[in-house]
Design a binder for this molecule. Sequence first.
Ligand code: ADP
Ligand code: MG
Length: 695
Amino acid sequence: MRPPILFPLFAEVTSLKGVGPRMAPLVQKVAGPLVRDLLFLAPTGVVVRRPMTAADAVEGEYGIFEVTADRLFTPGRPGAPLKVRTSDATGFVHLVWFGGSPQHVDRLLPRGEPRIVSGKVERFNGEVQIPHPDVATLDKAGEIPAAEPTYPGTQGLTSRQVRRLIGAALSTAPDLSEWQDSAWMQARRWPGWRTALDAVHAPTGEADLSPDAPARQRLAFDELFAHQLALARRRRARLIHPAPVIAPGGASRRMEAGLPFTLTGAQAQAVAEIRRDLSSGQQMGRLLQGDVGSGKTAVAALALADVASSGFQGALMAPTEILARQHHQRLAPMFSDAGVTAVLLTGRDTAGERRERLAALASGEAQIAIGTHALFQDAVRFDRLALAVIDEQHRFGVNERQRLQAKGDPRLGAVHLLTMSATPIPRTLELTQYGELEVSRLTEKPPGRTPVTTAVLPLARIGEVAKRLKAAVETGAQAYWICPLVAESEATDLAAAEARAADLRRILKVEVGLAHGQMPGVQREAVMADFADGRLPLLVATTVVEVGVDVPNASIMVIEHADRFGLAQLHQLRGRVGRGVKASSCILLYGGHDGALGETAKERLETLRRSEDGFEIAEEDFRLRGGGDPLGLRQSGFPAYRFADPVRHRSLMMAAADDARLVLARDPDLTSERGRAIQVLEELFDWKGHKTGSD
Ligand code: ADP
Ligand code: MG
């Protein structure tokens, strides 16, 4: 419930003097419907005025002059400007109005009387000129402030009007009890909330607009903290769902012993984190993040084995038939050796197979189901489903995930959830997108992986690349050739990919497969399968190359127009190679035949050449794209923050997340003194209904 102290801030903007029915929609457009929204509208600029004389006036800057009006030039013809010549001891200052009334101007600047005038200095025919100046009498000089914030305006609402309304809003803003930790505040020398608001709206120079200015940092931290609290609350809400207690048993041990490798440190840690969740008696919600090839499947398989050991059932859902089959092919024998039965469910099972497998799941005779979307169809029934694992989680809708989870028996408790993603994302994005999930990261690659050598070349050298490709294919290598889907029309792109496939067929004199998003899924998967089985040496594809498909023999990846892809996507694509024993390479072809490439684009591709660490690449990509690109940030999954900048306030966001968790762990109902203040903060920002990436 909203505390009364916040009522003035949650009043409609029409409660402010001067905001009538005509102005209200304009204010709403610029700031929002509430007085609070005006307070939270940070200035985007600042006008700094300094005292000047006619002789030392600096063009382009804002000056304050003390002058005396000399003569008034009324326009000779309609449309010509109205001018007043004024002077100080050093020379003339011409004031100009376009479309002003002579009477009004005459009244503002009576001849022979001193006035303070201010505005942006221009030069016109060598004369100092100020268009549309502010004018004040000497005793009211204070009405022309030395610095004035500017705000986004709109048609019919000027920056000045917005500023005035914000002034009115500020005067209604109450002092609120401090919700931030006092030691933290002192260490940063941040002002209190109310003081910070005043400061943000009274910048004295550009430095005050910086995201690093103390007042801005403070408000940004408030905002991030409130957001993270909302996410932390959702995480806690999940934890109150009782769920089956899962503990590793004989099958887990046999499964682990049966793995053809030992777990990496990162895998072992992820398994430990999952086991801690699964054995807690509360519903797990965990995201397993790890680059392509980081070994997520083994982690998931062990969790599933634990579930089977504990007498429950688990499901592993993959987005494509080929992936589901691959998982089943690899895992079923290991499960079987561990005494666990795993069945495969896809859309292409024969009626007989399907009936049999459904029966095995319904009776509990099969403990593990591996499959595609077929898994959450109505006909699928489990006896005791306790864990849903979602591979390549971004390929599934929330509803699809929930439909699978809903197959649990409520009497046993909620179904644990493990989602997996091969797209490493920056920490900050992880916090906003998946803040209500726990996250395990596989930051380490399994040993024995062949590093991929990456080259960045202009498209003009495509002939050379084709020649080297030919030599490699002749020695039995397999290669991917990726054509981007970027043109205005998919048809053109497709034609480009088809033409490329034909070129390569002709030059290399080998069979070339083509896979793209426009072909029927079944046909596409058939081509991919041919490539996976080594029947095709070369696969030309648009970006539909299935995430997660493992073709260890493929050792070359050529990406055309690499500059048109996102870094994460390039990294993902590159992850298709370097999976076997062969030395692997990735060739990034950029630009048209002129070979021109911008600085940032170069830096981006260079990052990729230098690093094979998906987490590092994600952070770097984010940094390069970030700042000054709020739209890009929003598209990448950040909410529309008012004060916070996910790039510049990165470390604040991390601190806010830690603090939010800590606060709720210590004081879940927020009843302490600080807790009660925090409740006010939560109301103030109101993040509760905000959606996240995993909604
Ligand atoms: P992804 O994270 O992309 O799903 P996978 O689970 O498919 O990765 O693993 C990629 C390959 O690495 C598989 O062939 C798997 O057998 C192998 N692998 C996984 N973990 C290890 C490990 N600890 N040591 C060696 N090889 C491993
Ligand atoms: Mg995988």
